[in-house]
Design a protein around this ligand. Structure first.
Ligand SMILES: Cc1cc2ncn([C@H]3O[C@H](COP(=O)(O)O)[C@@H](O)[C@H]3O)c2cc1C
Ligand SMILES: O=C(O)c1cccnc1
Length: 350
């Protein structure tokens, strides 16, 4: 196989000393211990990840990876494949949901084109890492070659490096690729040993009958793939360039000490692949929301993830993660700004 040794390096663990002192501080603040629930654990984890006493997520990097999927030949999406390229232009022009959310948060937004079928336009505001005009049809043949997998992982790692160069305190990975709920379902089935009926859903809005057809396509892909569970072999066989980009970015962020806020079904499947490759990634991940796509809950369970929000969202692009950023900011504000029992002269419990 092409050189994948870079991704076998274990990310460092978040600082245990910072985690211990942050937990002590939370227990000293003027509230019953534990009463701020997940906001407490969020702040504590961020102290360890950012190696600081006073965490902040003012500087947020959002990177959307886009690519097309050969499996669209099987009629598995409610939308035409051309929408991927059209949405790349929409991201760059500021009209997509993630563009608006990113601007509202004051975040940096990068759009990385890893392989849309559309013309290779020199679109201003789009980073071009075009690997091919989409993946091969994974129901019939491996989605990508090893060299293509390495290129996609490397593009993700470069995105993590740009985040580090900008001093990002949080990374959100978004995706755009018509057909990628089929790809993500196939990946998750292969890694979890799950049945396609459990993980295949409507995506952009298929009818029940169309979902049955999509499930049969996932079944064919799994039969072709076989039982190899090596995470990167599964990714090359059943993945997408944007999902591999996300996996590379998540691993690259953890190795550079940047916490990651994971979006919906597709991003969580990328996180699952990356965690199977490198379990030390898991402590760097926060999970933003539970998507409506039915396979998401199963993937979250496999990652032992308890997402912050459940807003009936099913968009992708990093949108659910962007919506959760204010919660992380508020968790930091509480951690940094509340008075302790001693400072406020409030009596502690027994
Ligand atoms: C206009 C539009 C914008 C989107 N932004 C994200 N997705 C989402 O839908 C796609 C996956 O669904 P499926 O597998 O059913 O094609 C991905 O591109 C995903 O990011 C979009 C889909 C559409 C149509
Ligand atoms: O949860 C997601 O990531 C998702 C769900 C449906 C369509 N696109 C993305």
């Amino acid at each position: 196989m092409t050189d994948l040794s870079f991704w076998t390096q274990s990310p460092p663990a978040p600082s245990q000393a910072r985690i211990n002192s942050a937990r002590q501080r939370q227990d000293s603040l003027t509230k019953p211990p534990g009463s701020l629930g997940q906001l407490e654990s969020l702040a504590i984890a961020l102290c360890g990840q950012l190696d600081t006493e006073k965490p902040a997520v003012d500087r947020v990097q959002i990177t959307v990876f886009a690519a097309d999927h050969g499996v669209c030949d099987e009629q598995i999406s409610a939308f035409p494949q051309s929408v991927t390229g059209q949405m790349i232009a929409n991201f760059a022009a500021g009209g997509a949901a993630i563009s608006v959310l990113s601007a509202a948060l004051g975040a940096e937004l990068d759009v990385v084109n890893l392989g849309s079928i559309g013309p290779l336009a020199e679109m201003p505001g789009v980073i071009n890492h075009r690997i091919a005009a989409g993946t091969a049809n994974l129901a019939r043949e491996p989605a990508m070659s090893e060299a293509q997998l390495v290129a996609a992982l490397a593009a993700g790692d470069q995105a993590a490096q740009r985040a580090a160069d900008r001093g990002a305190q949080l990374f959100i990975g978004g995706e755009m690729g018509i057909g990628n709920t089929t790809t993500a379902a196939a990946l998750a089935c292969a890694l979890l040993g799950a049945a396609p009926t459990d993980l295949t859903g409507p995506g952009t809005g298929l009818s029940k009958q169309q979902v049955t057809h999509k499930t049969a396509v996932v079944e064919r892909a799994l039969a072709r793939h076989g039982d190899n569970q090596d995470p990167f072999a599964v990714l090359a066989s059943l993945g997408g360039f944007e999902i591999a980009g996300l996996a590379g970015a998540f691993l690259g962020c953890a190795s550079r000490g940047i916490p990651v806020l994971v979006d919906g079904f597709i991003a969580s499947v990328a996180a699952l692949v990356a965690c199977r490759q490198q379990p030390a990634l898991r402590p760097w991940l926060h999970f933003a929301h539970r998507s409506c796509e039915p396979g998401h809950s199963r993937v979250l369970d496999a990652l032992e993830a308890n997402p912050l929000l459940d807003l009936s969202m099913r968009l992708g692009e990093g949108s659910g993660a962007a919506v959760a950023v204010p919660l992380l900011r508020l968790a930091c504000a509480l951690h940094n700004g509340m008075a302790s029992f001693a400072e406020a002269g409030v009596s502690e419990g027994s």
